[in-house]
Design a protein around this ligand. Structure first.
Ligand code: NAP
Length: 171
């Protein structure tokens, strides 16, 4: 099972501008997000990110897994979605047991950090916007003792002043 993370960030690593929205994310980023994540038939997101997309999942044709401990979300029945309180390791196992070979992790900071802490992320795509944002969530939160080496796979200019970095996480 390959786990890929795709995130839009500012140059200083913010994934939000302090508001719970993605209004600052450029259109060409969404196009690349769709292109890269469409290879994964499963998207996994934290409940805060889900709240942002609840009327319109980022990939409608994919199975959307929402991670939450809230009973009101765990009881929801929505076509194409699973609400679960499983741990990242258990989620990877569940998705693998369902026959999938790749999973796209799509945020936010807390869920990204939970997957990284358990060393479950294989590839990272970071779409760096030409912005410095002083407030908001980061790509990952603080993780004590983390020092991970990455291998650069590709660098692409995907729009005006917009760079897509693709890394493999060395295990
Ligand atoms: N720039 C981008 O590419 C991008 C992409 C995605 C999201 N975002 C932004 O990220 C922000 C949300 O990030 P966030 O860090 O606040 O929230 P998040 O990671 O989306 O969701 C975190 C929530 O998920 C639930 N959860 C359950 N089990 C968990 C586990 N093992 N690890 C982590 N969370 C678990 C918890 O909520 P409950 O148990 O209480 O439900 C937790 O508070 C949004 O504002 C969104 O706009 C940006």
């Amino acid at each position: 099972m390959k786990v890929i993370l795709y995130m839009a960030t500012s140059v200083n690593g913010n994934i939000t501008n302090g508001e719970e929205n993605s209004d600052w994310v450029k259109k060409s980023d969404w196009e690349h997000f769709n292109k890269i994540t469409s290879g994964s038939k499963v998207m996994v997101m934290g409940s805060v990110t889900y709240k942002q997309f609840e009327d319109d999942f980022p990939q409608k044709q994919a199975l959307n897994i929402v991670v939450t401990n809230k009973p009101e979300l765990l009881n929801l029945k929505i076509d194409g979605a699973i609400f679960t309180s499983k741990s990242p390791v258990e989620i990877v196992k569940m998705v693998s047991d369902m026959g999938f070979t790749q999973l796209a992790l799509v945020g936010g900071e807390k869920l990204n950090s939970s997957f990284l802490k358990e060393d479950l992320i294989d590839e990272i795509y970071v779409d760096i916007h030409p912005l410095l944002i002083g407030k908001g969530k980061k790509l990952f939160g603080e993780i004590q003792g983390l020092f991970k080496q990455l291998k650069l796979v590709d660098v692409k200019e995907i729009g005006e002043d917009l760079i897509l970095l693709h890394y493999r996480v060395l295990k």
